[in-house]
Design a protein around this ligand. Structure first.
Ligand SMILES: [Zn+2]
Length: 183
């Protein structure tokens, strides 16, 4: 797949990939929520850890829970100079008979900050097995154990001026690169 100039890439280590899959399967059909740790350069997000939020209360808006814990996590992370909080992840699951998809809800958009990555894992049941592939829309998808997963990584393009950094458009999909997935 050709890489356009200006495209943002997201590297998911095998550990991170596994963390995302296991978190979303563990609580299925509920949705999982967690934190992404790693670092970023101007063109890339390198995700080193995907840490599920243990205090996530189902049915509560995840963002309320997040703001409580955010400061504590941030303070702890000051002891790990190589790691930053670079975003969040959460899963989408089937609602009644509507299949889960990767599109961001209004809430998801409101609560994603400029510069932050938002990984969405859409989980559906699927008996037919499919190999993992990178898709033209920059997502990756495939099956494991009767579940079909589609992972998308959103970021908000930002505009930087001397004094401030602000969003300059709707969320875009960064290209996911993961060793588990064949190109
Ligand atoms: Zn969502």
């Amino acid at each position: 797949m050709a890489m356009r100039k200006g495209d943002i890439e997201v590297f998911l280590s095998e550990n991170v990939f596994m963390g995302l899959i296991l978190s979303s399967v563990e609580v299925y059909k509920k949705e999982c929520f967690g934190l992404l740790l790693g670092y970023r350069t101007s063109q890339k997000y390198i995700v080193e850890h995907a840490v599920p939020y243990q205090s996530a209360k189902r049915g509560h808006k995840w963002i309320e829970m997040r703001s409580d814990k955010w400061k504590v996590i941030q303070e702890v992370l000051e002891n790990f100079p190589k790691l930053d909080m670079i975003g969040d992840f959460h899963s989408h699951t089937m609602y009644r008979d509507v299949k889960a998809d990767i599109s961001l809800s209004e809430d998801d958009i409101i609560h994603t900050y400029p510069d932050e990555l938002q990984i969405v894992i859409a989980v559906n049941e699927n008996r037919r097995s499919m190999v993992w592939t990178s898709n033209p829309d920059h997502t990756i998808s495939g099956t494991i154990n009767g579940f079909h997963f589609k992972l998308a990584a959103y970021y908000f393009p930002t505009e930087e001026t001397d004094t401030l950094k602000k969003e300059s458009g709707p969320p875009r999909l960064a290209r996911i690169v993961c060793p588990f997935v064949l190109e």
